[in-house]
Design a protein around this ligand. Structure first.
Ligand code: NAD
Length: 389
C-alpha cells in the first residue's frame, strides 16, 4: 500500500502521543521528527523505531527538517508556530496537516488562504472532533431530517487545564505564556468545527458577527496558592486570560452559535455539544436526544431517565463512517477520532481527493480567537470577515 512520507514537527504532549499511532497506520511513513528540544527528538525517534523498526531522521531546526522535502508535514507545535511553519512548508510545496488552535490575528487567517491559493499546496486543519462518534451521529440524524431545521448550537472547550498551564515552565508547555498575555476564546475549533459543518458554514451559510465576554481570572492564582509545587511567582501573577469566556456568533441564515471556553476552574471535561432544531435536539451533557417524534413536553418531570438515551439511537443512526470503524475495530486515542482525522488526511493526499475541512473552514474557525480578543478588549460586537470572498 502506498504511504505518505511525513515529517512530524512538535513532539510535546500531542506529538509524543500521536507518534505510536501514526507509526502503525498503514498509510503513513514517518521519515523525520523535529522538536526544538533534543531530548524530545530522541524520544520521538525511538518511539517510531520501536513500532516500525526504522529510525526517522532527527532535527531540532524545523527549516532543516523541511529541507529534506517530505511529501507532507504534520504540525504539532504550540499554537504560535503553526502558521509560520505551515506558510514555509506550503511555499516549498510540502503539504500541511496542522493540529488545532486559534490564530493570533485575522490577517494571519487571510494570509493562510492567500498562501494556500498562491502555492496550490494542500493544507488541512486536523480537527479530530469533527470525527467524534456523537458529533457524527448528530450529523447523520440531521441529514435524515430528524432534527428539522437547525436553529441554535452550543459548544465548549471545558477542560480543567490548571496543572497543564501552571506547570508550563517545568513541562516546557506553550499554554502558560498564552494565559499570561492573552484574553480570548483561545481554543475554538474542537467545539466550533462540527457545528460549522452542521450549519453549512462557508457554503450556503457564513458567520456574520461575534461578541465575547470574559470573566475575571482567579482559578489559576487560587490553585497556585494552594499547591506548594507550583512556581510561587504564579501565586499573584496577574494572568490576562479570564477563567471563562463566552462567545456568541451570529450566522447569515439566522442561527446562533454559543461557545464557552472554561479551562482554569475545577470541572469534568465537556465539549458541551448541543444542537437544537425545529423537530429535535441533542445535548452532550446528559448525552440525550429529544425528538418530537419520540418525546413530548410532559416528559420533563422524569427526563433524567432519558439521560444517555443517545446510545440507543446509535443502533439505527450511527454515522456510516463509524459503523465501518466499529466493524473494523476502533483504533487510536480520544475514542478513535484521532485515527479518523489523520486517516482522512492521508487518504485525501494519497488519492487526490479534496479535504473535508477546507482552507476557508480553517481560516473561519481559527479567526474566532483574534475576533474574540478584540470583542473583549473593545467591549463590542465585531463583524466576522467573509473569508470565502
Ligand atoms: N487534537 C487534539 O485533540 C489535541 C490534543 C492536544 C493538543 N493538541 C494540539 O497539539 C499542539 C501541541 O500541543 P501540546 O500539548 O503537545 O504542546 P506541547 O507544548 O507539549 O508541545 C509542543 C512542542 O512543540 C515544540 N515546538 C514549538 N515550536 C517549535 C518549533 N518552531 N520547532 C520545533 N519544535 C517546536 C515544543 O518544543 C514542544 O515540544 C497544539 O496545537 C494543541 O492545540 C491537539
Amino acid at each position: 500500500m502506498k504511504k505518505l512520507n511525513v515529517a512530524v514537527i512538535g513532539l510535546g504532549s500531542r506529538g509524543s502521543f500521536m507518534l505510536p499511532l501514526l507509526s502503525i497506520m498503514e498509510n503513513y511513513n514517518i521519515v523525520s521528527v523535529c522538536d526544538k528540544y533534543a531530548d524530545r527528538v530522541d524520544a520521538g525517534a525511538a518511539a517510531v523505531e520501536k513500532e516500525t523498526g526504522k529510525a526517522p531522521a532527527k532535527f531540532t531546526d524545523w527549516e532543516k527538517c523541511l529541507d529534506e522535502k517530505p511529501e507532507a508535514v504534520l504540525i504539532m507545535t504550540g499554537w504560535e508556530d503553526h502558521l509560520p511553519v505551515a506558510f514555509e512548508a506550503m511555499r516549498r510545496g510540502i503539504a500541511v496537516g496542522c493540529e488545532v488552535g486559534g490564530a493570533y490575528s485575522v490577517q494571519d487567517c487571510f494570509d493562510l488562504i492567500r498562501v494556500q491559493k498562491e502555492t496550490g499546496t494542500p493544507f488541512m486543519l486536523l480537527e479530530n472532533c469533527c470525527y467524534g462518534r456523537y458529533e457524527m451521529l448528530v450529523m447523520n440524524m440531521i441529514s435524515l431530517g430528524l432534527f428539522g431545521e437547525i436553529i441554535s448550537c452550543e459548544g465548549g472547550y471545558r477542560h480543567d487545564l490548571r496543572t497543564e498551564v501552571l506547570y508550563g515552565r517545568e513541562n516546557r508547555h506553550y499554554r502558560l505564556e498564552n494565559y499570561k498575555h492573552r484574553n480570548c476564546e483561545n481554543y475554538p475549533t474542537h467545539d466550533l468545527g462540527p457545528i460549522a459543518q452542521i450549519l453549512d458554514i462557508n457554503k450556503s451559510n457564513r458567520f456574520t458577527a461575534l461578541t465575547s465576554f470574559a470573566t475575571k481570572s482567579a482559578g489559576l492564582n487560587d490553585y497556585a496558592r494552594l499547591h506548594d509545587n507550583v512556581d510561587k511567582e504564579l501565586d499573584d501573577y496577574k494572568f490576562e486570560q479570564g477563567d471563562v469566556i463566552k462567545t456568541i456568533i451570529e450566522c447569515k441564515n439566522g442561527q446562533l452559535v454559543t461557545l464557552t471556553l472554561d479551562t482554569t476552574l475545577p470541572r469534568p471535561y465537556s465539549r458541551n455539544f448541543t444542537v437544537q432544531g425545529t423537530r429535535g435536539m441533542y445535548c452532550e451533557d446528559g448525552n440525550y436526544i429529544y425528538l418530537d417524534r419520540d418525546h413530548n413536553e410532559f416528559m420533563h418531570f422524569e427526563w433524567s431517565k432519558h439521560w444517555n438515551n443517545a446510545e440507543e439511537y446509535l443502533k439505527e443512526y450511527d454515522h456510516p463512517v463509524w459503523k465501518k470503524f466499529v466493524a473494523d475495530g476502533v483504533k487510536g486515542g480520544h475514542g478513535g477520532m484521532d485515527y479518523l482525522v489523520y486517516n482522512e488526511f492521508a487518504e485525501c493526499m494519497l488519492n487526490g481527493k479534496p479535504f473535508p475541512i477546507t482552507i476557508y473552514d480553517a481560516a473561519a474557525w481559527m479567526a474566532v480567537t483574534p475576533l474574540s480578543a478584540t470583542s473583549i478588549k473593545e467591549r463590542r460586537t465585531v463583524e466576522f470577515p467573509d473569508f470565502t470572498k
